[in-house]
Design a protein around this ligand. Structure first.
Ligand code: EPU
Length: 337
């Protein structure tokens, strides 16, 4: 069953909390709902709005937004090695992670407390603390708006990379994800190599699933603003990937600059956009109703009453300052409409 809303206010449907509206919003339960809507209306301009955690509306949307509402979690297989799950697109990511931890299943714990729906997770291959959604996804099922058929893609076919997938490339404007399948394991596989994780886990008594989840939730809460309190979309920018030569030249001037290897490509390194923004003097910077978060410079925040345009202007300013200071281009991770 689908529900259709016209001229709908989106303020409570985007984590920035900007006041914009959409001409039409369709809540759908199944691929069948999508098929009947596309067959009847043939919408030309549309976008999938999940929980709205990674989208910035800079104007009223004059097309159709599709929002999934089914949230079922189904166990497909369960044996002594692990569990295969099928989860509907609207399920809350962190509720799923909490469920996996309670059931002794490894693989998602480092991705605790990421604000996302399950359907959005594969699109930008959400990641944190040395883990990515691609490490546990086996299949993504989507509705193809060209053929009106349901298609299943294997993990390889999704072409996951750092904050990337086929859904941001060839299938952008084509696919509407309806469900995601995961493989979680019973064998302990703690992944504690990133930043303060090991210290926080040890302070809690060692590498159990519960301790890892609690440690990650605490680290995130100490740096990242709660969107219910201060509108934001998590990291606004991607960490830029530059040639090793560019990184070496910067390291000569800034020996403490964080640099990360990019697996599979030795000629490039990933820099920390948050560090670059911070060292450009912008941490806590405020421009009217918007600002750069004072505990994590990668996050832009709505202090109240901002428009999407205000956020975008600040984003341009941040990109310009980083380019001036370091000669490095940073680009948004958030989808800008
Ligand atoms: N840093 C600063 N100042 C800042 C922010 C960061 O100096 O204001 C430094 C940190 O000290 C650290 C480095 O920059 O040395 C990296 O910072 P951090 O570990 O906090 O992670 P990040 O690279 O800023 C990425 C993800 C986050 C994810 C964290 C933890 C991206 C764009 N962001 O941030 O993801 O939670 O790693 O794994 O890759 C998100 O996508 O919304 C998100 C929050």
């Amino acid at each position: 069953m689908k529900r259709i809303y016209n001229d709908i206010n989106l303020q409570n449907r985007n984590s920035f909390g900007v006041v914009q509206s959409a001409r039409t919003l369709v809540e759908f339960e199944s691929a069948e709902d999508l098929r009947s809507y596309f067959a009847e209306h043939k919408p030309e301009k549309w976008y999938v709005l999940g929980a709205g955690n990674n989208t910035l509306f800079t104007k009223d949307y004059d097309g159709v937004l599709f929002t999934p509402v089914s949230r079922e979690v189904r166990v497909l297989e369960d044996d002594d090695r692990g569990v295969m799950l099928r989860v509907d697109a609207a399920a809350d990511w962190d509720e799923l992670v909490a469920w996996s931890v309670e059931n002794g299943l490894w693989g998602m714990e480092n991705l605790s407390a990421i604000p996302s729906s399950v359907g959005a997770a594969p699109v930008q291959n959400i990641g944190a603390y040395g883990a990515e959604a691609k490490d546990v996804i086996t299949v993504v099922e989507y509705f193809d708006t060209r053929t009106l058929e349901v298609v299943r893609l294997s993990n390889d076919e999704c072409r996951f990379a750092y904050r990337e997938s086929i859904f941001k490339q060839e299938l952008k404007g084509v696919a509407i994800i309806v469900a995601v399948e995961f493989m979680l394991r019973r064998e302990a596989r703690p992944n504690l190599g990133y930043g303060d994780v090991i210290k926080e886990v040890e302070a809690r008594g060692g590498a159990t699933l519960r301790n890892i989840r609690d440690a990650i939730c605490a680290i995130r809460a100490s740096k990242l603003p709660d969107p219910k309190v201060l509108g934001n979309a998590g990291s606004f920018f991607k960490n830029p990937i530059v040639s090793r030569g560019v990184a070496d030249a910067l390291l000569a001037t800034y020996p403490d600059m964080p640099c990360y290897a990019v697996p599979g490509d030795e000629g490039v390194v990933k820099l920390a956009a948050g560090w670059l923004i911070d060292k450009s003097g912008l941490k806590g910077y405020r421009q009217g109703a918007v600002g750069v978060h004072d505990r994590q410079a990668l996050v832009l925040v709505n202090h109240g009453g901002a428009t999407g345009g205000d956020v975008l202007e600040l984003a341009y300013h941040v990109c310009r300052c980083v380019k001036e200071h370091f000669g490095v281009e940073i680009s948004p991770e958030v989808n800008i409409l």
